[in-house]
Design a protein around this ligand. Sequence first.
Ligand code: AOS
Ligand code: ZN
Ligand code: ZN
Ligand code: ZN
Length: 426
Amino acid sequence: MKVSKEQIFEYNKKGLENHTEKLDFLAGQLTKKGHDVASIVSKLSEFQVAIPSWALGAGGTRFGRFSHFGEPSTLEQKIDDVGVLHSLTQTAGAVSLHIPWDVPSDYAAIKEKADSLNIKFDAINSNTFQDQKDAKESYKFGSLSNTSQAIREQAIQHNLDVIKIGDKLGSKSLTVWLADGSCFPGQNNFQTAFQNTQNSLIDIYKGLPDDWKLLIEYKPFEPNFYSTVIQDWGASLMLANGCGDKAFTLVDLGHHLPNSNIEQIVSILQLKGKLGGFHFNDSKYGDDDLTVGSIKPYALFLIFNELVYGMENNPQNPDLAWMIDASHNIKDPLEDLIQSLEAIQEAYAKALLVDQNLLRAAQEANDVVKCQEILQGAYRTDVRPLIEKARLNTGGVISPINAYRSFNVREELIKERGRNTVATGL
Ligand code: AOS
Ligand code: ZN
Ligand code: ZN
Ligand code: ZN
């Protein structure tokens, strides 16, 4: 299944008049306020978000899993699906692989496929939260933190192998998320577990190529319910600092206790030059992995406001690895991902409308009301015509969900792959 340029061209013709009318109005208003509309649109076009290979199939819960049919079952097919997303949205120009779920059998063929679809290999993920077939040691009681040296060594070696795989594909970073922790008080010695984790990460870090980054993801609970070794940004930052300059903290939006001020975390990490990457999703309760922007769009905007500030003012912080980390229990995964991409673009566009100079002046004058007016003025702007324009400029469609449905993408995928499909991964 491929979406052709002709299909896109024909599709866009129908919506062009309506789009132009809305864009002209919005661009006129924004220009009057002093915004450079062309530069906002080009920033939106440049913004690319990686699609995780494991989000292309139905996720399910521990209570069951319902197929969406036509799911990808090989790495080739997963890249094809990202290709569909990218041709419609022009924002999904990268894929994030998870090893061992996605070990390529033919590197040249995989690279060629990704190249032909204009897709890069972003951060690659290791997996020491599941026992692998034929593995000698078990991760039941932890991996990099385990009390057993043999288990730690197996987990370290796995990460070094993942780096080698990523290197052959052109990845430039390794993301480590650990399930390590404990379910009951007294089960673990906190200090030993942390120290073991630090030492293991240092061993992995030593195997990192010079132009690579190590991204350390944190999460407060699940699958362990009493303690998690890398529970928050503080633990992640300490471990990153213990490794060196190429190690950074990765923020997953769903990995915070309720009401955490994520925008503040993001801001301070950038100030310290230690924010390495992002996993986008949304949640009401915990690590729900719902569609980005579906529950707390204003919080997402506030986070983007800090990210934009950091991108403009914190040269000490590297370029970020952006990725969606979602799971789909009831939606078509590709439609869900399109909605997530749209929500990310929207929050980014609104953040670009915040007048940083005016905001700074209002902050300095302690004009609290004005500060809120500035943020909410940007947030309340309907920026969708700008996003449509960014897509049109790069060859995407005006309205991705609508196009996805009118091109019968899922039906075509079912025709190709059958109904009885199971994606590898979670
Ligand atoms: C787990 O909760 C994390 O969000 C990780 O990023 C994880 O590796 C990913 O969800 C795939 O399992
Ligand atoms: Zn994540
Ligand atoms: Zn998660
Ligand atoms: Zn999550």
